[in-house]
Ligand binder design. Structure first.
Ligand code: NAD
Length: 330
């Protein structure tokens, strides 16, 4: 096994890039930050981040980065609609990929990534950072003890006054809006915790404010082949933010709040301070460590490109269910 630090570049020096740059540079035995790469029009921001995180260089041209032979892996923090075309080109240039969620905006796009990963033999991991909180990890360890079938109820609400970045205004670019941005957090943990085959989705979405093209509310019901049932409510209109999951089984209940605080049958299991993670935290560091270990061990990362594709299939079914006014069989 190669224990040399992985030589890593980041493409997309926007809002979430700082959390990843913190993770890449946190443990020098895992990785060396080779480059921060941005578009030519954001030269100043790219250089500022490259300096702040002691990168070997700032790059202002994606093609130049892809042609570099001193980069093993790329962390990708670009808008949702750029994920698939960029991931395929990175894989074709011989570099592993840690892709921010969602893997892509459609199943068809996701398939291009899954295929490029298979053809190259390289690792693709999806950045579902919320799996990596201690509370979420413990929930996953305890969920089997609840028995089957399970019911899961997740309510994820934030208040977004206006689009924080241009591509949020476009439903095509963002993948809707609430579903494209926060759907992956809700759906990925449902699939991960229930660990059964999803069979059917019924959803309704709404736009309560006209600051964007996409939906700012989504409510859905997801059925699984073992009889488990999940409901999700994703909103960008919650002036009182909320992130609560309840998981019930025949033998007990889990309650996970903010992905960090966990109760089993009302008894505290994990309690952690809630701090915003946009500037980086232990979940992003644990996520990055999983990526490096998957590359070193030559195994699929968890979550893999296939895991990301399953999430995208449900995001797509939510939009299809809203359009058709019917449940969608997966
Ligand atoms: N894990 C999380 O909780 C979390 C939080 C925020 C964002 N995200 C995800 O991270 C990604 C980035 O989101 P953000 O909020 O940082 O967006 P952003 O708009 O702030 O940043 C995007 C960056 O990508 C660059 N970019 C745009 N088009 C590009 C192209 N064609 N090639 C190369 N670079 C390009 C932009 O210039 C910018 O630097 C999205 O996929 C989003 O869903 C995840």
């Amino acid at each position: 096994m190669n224990h040399q630090p992985l030589r890593v570049a980041l493409i997309g020096p926007g809002r979430i890039s700082v959390a990843h740059l913190d993770a890449i540079t946190h443990d020098s035995s895992l990785a060396t930050l080779v480059a921060v790469c941005g578009l030519p029009e954001e030269k100043e921001r790219t250089e500022e981040l490259a300096t702040r995180f002691s990168a070997e260089r700032a790059v202002h041209d994606t093609e130049e980065l892809l042609a570099s032979d001193d980069v093993d892996a790329v962390v990708v923090t670009v808008p949702n609609h750029v994920h698939a075309p960029l991931a395929v080109r990175i894989l074709q240039s011989g570099k592993h990929v840690l892709m921010e969620k969602p893997l892509a905006n459609s199943v068809t796009e996701s398939d291009t990534i899954v295929r490029a990963a298979e053809e190259s033999g390289l690792v693709v991991m999806v950045g579902q950072c919320r799996r990596f909180f201690r509370g979420a990890q413990q929930a996953r360890d305890l969920v089997e003890s609840l028995g089957r079938p399970l019911t899961v109820n997740h309510h994820l609400g934030v208040y977004v006054e206006d689009a924080a970045t241009d591509w949020w205004r476009s439903a095509r670019e963002a993948g809707g809006l609430a579903v494209g941005l926060n759907g992956p957090h809700v759906i990925d943990t449902m699939l991960w915790l229930v660990d059964a085959k999803p069979t059917r989705v019924y959803a309704q979405t709404r736009r309560l404010r006209d600051k964007w093209e996409g939906e700012d509310e989504a409510i859905f019901v997801l059925e699984f082949d073992d009889g488990s049932l999940a409901t999700g409510h994703i909103t960008l209109n919650a002036k009182e933010p909320v992130n609560l999951r309840w998981v019930n089984g025949p033998n007990g209940s889990l309650h996970l709040s903010d992905d960090r605080n966990l109760w089993r049958d009302g008894v505290p299991v994990v309690g952690e301070e809630i701090t915003p993670y946009i500037e980086g935290d232990a979940s992003f560091r644990a996520q990055f460590a999983e990526f490096v270990n998957a590359v070193r061990e030559g195994r699929p990362a968890r979550p893999s490109a296939e895991d990301g594709r399953r999430v995208v299939a449900i995001m797509e079914a939510i939009q299809a269910s809203q359009e058709k006014g019917q449940p969608i069989t997966l």
